[in-house]
Design a binder for this molecule. Structure first.
Ligand code: FAD
Length: 471
C-alpha cells in the first residue's frame, strides 16, 4: 500500500487530477471545502461545478485550439471530457453542457471509485508535514487562509483581478415574435441544430440608446482591495467595453454578422444580442458576453430595453469576481511543483491558466505527474507541440516578462495557437495544387498544427506506456 496523494480542491482541476491518479492505481484523498465553506461564485456542493457559462467553447479539433485540447484530453481518458460529452446541450459550434448533469456525473464517478476518498473540509493552512505528495487545486476563489499560507511560503504575492458572470434569462420570458433562434452562420456543431442561440435585434437608434444607458448606469461599488485591480481583457464588463468606444460592442458580443432576422429578412440589424442555452431542458438562456458590474436593479432596467427582452425574467444577474493565481513561471518547476516546497504541486486556474477546459487540462497533467512520482516512474512533459504541452509551457516558463515586469507581467491565458511552436513549413498549397490565400491559408496552418499535435501526443502516450512497462 502506498500513501495516498492529497488534492486540495475538488473543482475542474482537482476532480480531473483525482481521476487520473486513481486510474493509475494510486489512492487519492480530495479535500473539498464545500458545502462546509462556500465561495462567492459556487452554489452547490457538487465537484467540478461550473460557476458561470456552461460552455467549453469550440469543439473543432482541427481549426480551434480549445477544440484540439478537448480532443487531446479525450485521448487521455479525461473524466471532465467524458462527463461533458455525456451531458452536452445544443450550442452551435460550441460544446456546452447541462451544468448539473455534468457536475453530478463527475461527483458520482469519483464517489464510486474505490481508490478515491472525499473529505468535506477546508484546508486552512499549509498541509500537514506527512502529506508528501499534494496537489493544490483551489482555483480562482481559493479560501483566504490557504491563500495567505501559500503567499507566505512562496514569498511572492498572488494576484487578484476580475472575472465576470453574464446574466441568465428564463426562456419563456423572451418575446419570440421579436427574437429568433439561429446559430451564427447556421453552424450546427456537436449536438447542435444550427438554431441554438436566441437573437435579439437592435436598430441603430436602439443601439445608441442602449450604449447611453450602459454608460450612465449605476455600477456596484468595488471593495477597497479590488479597486486597483486590472480587468482581464478577454472578459471585460460590458459597460467597460462601451466606455472604450461606442462601436466596440458592435464589433464584439453584439456583432450582427452571420444572422438573418426571419421577422424582417430584408432589414439588417445594427447590432444583435445573443443568448445561449444554459440547461438541458432549454428553459434558461445566458446573455453571451454580458458580464457586468452594473447594479442588479440597473441590469434589469437596462437589459429590458433590448428588443424581445422587455419582459425578461432573470434567473441570475451578472457580476464580477476576483481571481487568485501564482506567478507560476517563477515559482513552479517543469512538473508544476512549487520550487520552495516540492511536495506541493499546483493545478488549475491558480497556476494562471484561464477557463474550465484549461483548468481541467492542467489538472490532468498534474495528476499524471503526481501519480508517476508516487509510483517512482519517469514521465516527461507532453511535447510543446501539443495543446497540453503548449499550455503547460505557458505556465512553467513560456511567458517572458516584458515592459510590465514583476509578478503582474504574468497573466492568465486561454489555450490558443499562439502558444504553439511555429510549423517548420506552413502549407502554401491546397490538395488540388492551387495556391492558398487569406483565411484558407490560416485554416490550413491551424489544421497542420493540429495534425502535428495529435501525432506528437500519440508518440508521448506510447512513450509513457513503454517507460512504465519497462520499469
Ligand atoms: C466568477 C467566475 C466566472 C467564471 N466564468 C468562467 C466561464 O464562463 N468559463 C470558463 O471557462 N471559466 C470561467 N471561470 C474560470 C473558472 O472558475 C475556472 O476556469 C475553473 O473553475 C477553475 O477550475 P479550478 O479547478 O482551478 O477551480 P475551481 O473549479 O474553482 O475549484 C476549486 C475548488 O477548491 C475549493 N477550495 C478553495 N479553497 C479551498 C480550501 N482551502 N480547502 C478546500 N477546498 C478549497 C473550492 O470550493 C472549489 O471547489 C470563472 C471564474 C470565476 C471566479
Amino acid at each position: 500500500m502506498t500513501a495516498p496523494i492529497h488534492i486540495i480542491g475538488g473543482g475542474l482541476a482537482g476532480a480531473e487530477a483525482a481521476w487520473q491518479i486513481a486510474s493509475r492505481g494510486v489512492g487519492v484523498v480530495i479535500h473539498e471545502m464545500r458545502p462546509v465553506r462556500g465561495t462567492a461564485a459556487h452554489r452547490t456542493a457538487g465537484l467540478a461545478e461550473l460557476v458561470c457559462s456552461n460552455s467549453f467553447r469550440s469543439d473543432d479539433p482541427e481549426h480551434n485550439a480549445v477544440g484540439l485540447l478537448h480532443e487531446e484530453m479525450r485521448r487521455l481518458d479525461s473524466l471532465v471530457m467524458r462527463a461533458a460529452d455525456a451531458n452536452q446541450v445544443p450550442a452551435g459550434g460550441a460544446l456546452a453542457v447541462d451544468r448539473d448533469g455534468f457536475s453530478s456525473a463527475i461527483t458520482a464517478a469519483l464517489e464510486q471509485h474505490p481508490l478515491v476518498t472525499i473529505c468535506r473540509e477546508e484546508i486552512d493552512g499549509l498541509p500537514p508535514a506527512d502529506w508528501d505528495n499534494v496537489i493544490v487545486a483551489t482555483g480562482p476563489l481559493t479560501s483566504a487562509a490557504l491563500a495567505e499560507a501559500i503567499t507566505k511560503l512562496a514569498g511572492e504575492a498572488a494576484l487578484a483581478f476580475f472575472d465576470a458572470i453574464a446574466p441568465i434569462v428564463h426562456r419563456a420570458s423572451i418575446d419570440m415574435s421579436v427574437a429568433w433562434p439561429q446559430s451564427r452562420y447556421d453552424r450546427a456543431g456537436p449536438g447542435g441544430s444550427g438554431a441554438d442561440y436566441i437573437n435579439s435585434p437592435l436598430s441603430r437608434p436602439q443601439y445608441e440608446a442602449f450604449i447611453d444607458a450602459l454608460l450612465a448606469g449605476q455600477k456596484a461599488a468595488f471593495h477597497d482591495w479590488e479597486a486597483a485591480t486590472p480587468y482581464f481583457d478577454g472578459c471585460l464588463p460590458i459597460e467597460v467595453m462601451a466606455e472604450r468606444g461606442r462601436e466596440t460592442l458592435r464589433h464584439g458580443p453584439m456583432k450582427p454578422f452571420g444572422l438573418t432576422n426571419p421577422h424582417a429578412p430584408t432589414v439588417k440589424p445594427y447590432a444583435v444580442v445573443q443568448l445561449r442555452q444554459d440547461n438541458r431542458l432549454g428553459t434558461l438562456f445566458n446573455m453571451v458576453g454580458f458580464q457586468t458590474k452594473l447594479t442588479h436593479g440597473e441590469q434589469v432596467r437596462i437589459f429590458r430595453t433590448i428588443p424581445g427582452l422587455e419582459g425578461a425574467e432573470f434567473a441570475r444577474l451578472g457580476g464580477l469576481h476576483r481571481n487568485t493565481f501564482l506567478n507560476a513561471p517563477n515559482l513552479l518547476d517543469a512538473t508544476l511543483r512549487l520550487r520552495a516546497a516540492p511536495r506541493l504541486r499546483f493545478a488549475g486556474q491558480i497556476t494562471g491558466c484561464e477557463g474550465y477546459v484549461e483548468s481541467a487540462a492542467i489538472g490532468l497533467v498534474a495528476g499524471r505527474f503526481a501519480a508517476a512520482e508516487r509510483l517512482q516512474k519517469s514521465l516527461g512533459a507532453p511535447p510543446p507541440t501539443t495543446a497540453l504541452g503548449a499550455l503547460l509551457g505557458h505556465i512553467t516558463g513560456g511567458h517572458i516578462e516584458t515592459i510590465d515586469a514583476g509578478p503582474r507581467s504574468y497573466q492568465p491565458m486561454n489555450i490558443n495557437f499562439g502558444l504553439f511552436p511555429p510549423l517548420a513549413k506552413s502549407p502554401t498549397r491546397a490538395a488540388d495544387g492551387s495556391r492558398l490565400r487569406g483565411s484558407a491559408k490560416t485554416l490550413a496552418r491551424k489544421a497542420a498544427i493540429s495534425r502535428r499535435a495529435l501525432g506528437d501526443l500519440a508518440l508521448w502516450i506510447a512513450g509513457a506506456d513503454q517507460a512504465q512497462a519497462a520499469e
